[in-house]
Design a protein around this ligand. Sequence first.
Ligand code: SME
Length: 157
Amino acid sequence: MQNIYAMNTAYQNLLKEAQTLINSGKPRTLILKETSVLLKNNVHHYDWVGFYILDENQILILGPYSGKPTEHTAIAIGQGVCGQVAESLKLKVVQDVSKEGNYIACSLDVQSEIVVPILREGQFKAEIDIDSHSPAPFTPEDEEFLGKLCCQLSVLF
Ligand code: SME
């Protein structure tokens, strides 16, 4: 079947740049940090880009990020949008955070959020969390782009 949401060139180029970073042999933390900066600096509606990594106690621990510091450095499974994705293993888009009942507010500027799981052999390892100050900015292109990015990043876990 034809993919009607063919990704734009900008997203395709970002995937290539991310792959170069992944292949660089740099430490994982540095690759994730540089990826978060790459995304925040190049996608207008990405205002905070960060990674949460599952630890041995099954808690999501804030990893590298780009954007304002957040006090939410540890999140339980099921808690907030991040915790829901760790439980369902499925990407979640919240186009209007004021309508999401299970949401942890980081900043009053945030209007929408997308969280995409990073799985390795079907196991949840980490996730990318993106906040936006724009209302309902996320399209199926974002979902495809971030899904592919998380597949690429999974080799680091
Ligand atoms: N809003 C997230 C918490 C993390 S901050 O966005 C950085 C949530 O509801 O899980």
